[in-house]
Design a protein around this ligand. Structure first.
Ligand code: SAH
Ligand code: SF4
Ligand code: F3S
Length: 435
């Protein structure tokens, strides 16, 4: 038994939806009267975990061990530990058995965190990995601290079952949050200082409410006067409707950026992945988006070394990259996830081959990112200032194309300023105030 905690810390790993969830859990704890502290000093530490790749589970167990050791060293006692997120969902009671943590809570159940913490303090078992039909969102407290660019989860879960992926198992089926709830939260975020909202979902463009799609929601949010910018992520090619593509041409507040993962350029591999789109259908979607919004910055996700991927398959991925010209992208080595169909497929690819392919792919993606950034030099655009830079007087903001731009100015964080993109670096741009 541990006393009821008075201080808390939340550590989030993984995707932006986990960041959103981590912030919500922090607010839940704050609403219970707990104050925030460093992870090594807090009475309660929430590890909000990710299960997407390589050794995720082992990492959580070693994090738990390290946390306990550091807390014992620094404050002479171990904290109450709550494991949340996708590893909690996947491992469930196994975590309690192996690591003797106090609370295990899945990504669809964390609105019950206060109750679970209270149970743990009474020495009772505290595990909740249910996926209730009534979503957690209705149970969450109002939000407090809001940065200029804020996340807003509108959709959760995935029905796509790509053969390599754990998300359909850890996050459950696709569910869309209700229209009114989203609009209310958006208004509250904007009232609290957000100038930009990024709508989140594992398949955000699958958002719908029988009659309306994501583009209708974006159009409605664009009516909020003090909201300057809207983004959304992550999208699946099959849910890229004409309405959403048109929105990129019609809605000024919708930023010219699209993250549309493709994973591979080979139809053979795409089929084995159960992606249910082809190389060609993917490229045609991008053509249609570019027709409506010529300056759109494109991003994607790639997996190298999926079971059975040949040199020829990989070359097709490189040629797809050449054909698209991504502004930025993420690339990963295939990692067999226990319980997914691909994990037991024949012809798992040797690590050395994956390493070599990843290096070549990343070289191509870096080349294209540099080319994209160089091509924007000289453009004048709005910059949303999000945080201070390292140098005195320096601020860092985002361009419409999601580039990080450094600027020296006496403007304030949260301001939108007009800048000229003056210089391109490897991962960021230098801007100067326009006019
Ligand atoms: N729903 C989104 C994001 C899913 S997870 C989508 O479909 O695009 C984010 C990325 O992690 C995926 O796009 C994929 O590139 C990568 N990923 C998922 N499972 C993986 C695995 N088993 N091995 C390597 N990368 C993986
Ligand atoms: Fe995973 Fe595929 Fe669903 Fe994306 S679409 S979350 S990669 S199963
Ligand atoms: Fe990771 Fe779960 Fe997100 S596995 S990527 S935290 S949905």
């Amino acid at each position: 038994m541990k006393p009821a905690p008075k201080t808390y810390a939340v550590k989030s790993f993984g995707c932006q939806m986990n960041v959103y969830d981590g912030d919500r859990m922090a607010e839940l704890m704050a609403a219970q009267g707990l104050t925030q502290a460093d992870p090594t000093e807090a009475d309660l530490v929430v590890l909000n975990t990710c299960h997407i790749r390589e050794r995720a589970t082992e990492k959580v167990y070693s994090d738990i061990g390290r946390l306990r050791k550091e807390a014992l060293r620094d404050i002479g006692r171990a904290p109450m530990i709550a494991v949340a997120g996708c590893v909690a969902q996947a491992e469930g009671a196994e975590i309690v058995r192996r690591a003797k943590v106090d609370v295990v809570v899945g990504p669809q159940a964390y609105h019950n965190l206060p109750e679970l913490v209270a149970r743990a303090a009474r020495g009772e078992s505290a595990l909740d990995t249910d996926m209730p039909v009534d979503m957690k969102f209705g149970h969450l407290p109002a939000r407090r601290r809001v940065p200029p660019s804020a996340f807003l989860t509108v959709q959760e879960g995935c029905d796509k079952f790509c053969t390599y992926c754990v998300v359909p198992y850890t996050r459950g089926a696709e569910v869309s949050r209700g229209w009114d709830q989203i609009v209310d939260e958006a208004k509250a975020l904007v009232d609290a200082g957000a100038r930009e909202l990024t709508l989140l979902g594992q398949n955000v463009n699958a958002w719908s409410d029988d009659t309306r799609g994501l583009h209708d929601l974006i159009a409605a949010l664009a009516e909020i006067p003090a909201l300057a910018r809207i983004r959304y992520t992550t999208s699946h090619p099959n849910d890229m409707t004409q309405g959403l593509i048109d929105a990129h041409g019609d809605i000024e507040k919708l930023m010219p950026f699209l993250h549309l993962p493709v994973q591979s350029g080979s139809d053979r591999v795409l089929q084995a992945m159960n992606r249910s789109h082809s190389r060609d259908s993917y490229l045609r979607i991008l053509d249609r988006v570019r027709a409506r919004r010529p300056d759109i910055a494109l991003s994607g996700d790639f997996i190298v070394g999926f079971p059975g991927e040949t040199d020829a398959d990989f070359e097709e991925t490189l040629s797809l990259v050449d054909a698209v010209g991504y502004a930025q992208a993420y690339s990963f080595k295939y990692s067999p996830r226990p319980g997914t169909p691909a994990a037991t497929m024949a012809e798992q690819i040797p690590e050395a081959v994956m390493d070599e392919r990843l290096q070549r792919l990343q070289a191509a993606l870096n080349r294209d990112q540099a080319a994209f950034n160089a091509a924007t030099v000289g453009r004048t655009c709005q910059l949303l200032l999000e945080r201070p830079g390292k140098l005195p007087g320096q601020l860092i903001g985002k361009s419409p194309w999601l580039q990080s731009v450094h600027l020296v100015s006496d403007a304030a964080i949260g301001d939108l300023v007009e800048v000229t993109l003056a210089e391109a670096g490897a991962n960021s741009m230098l801007g100067t105030l326009a006019g």
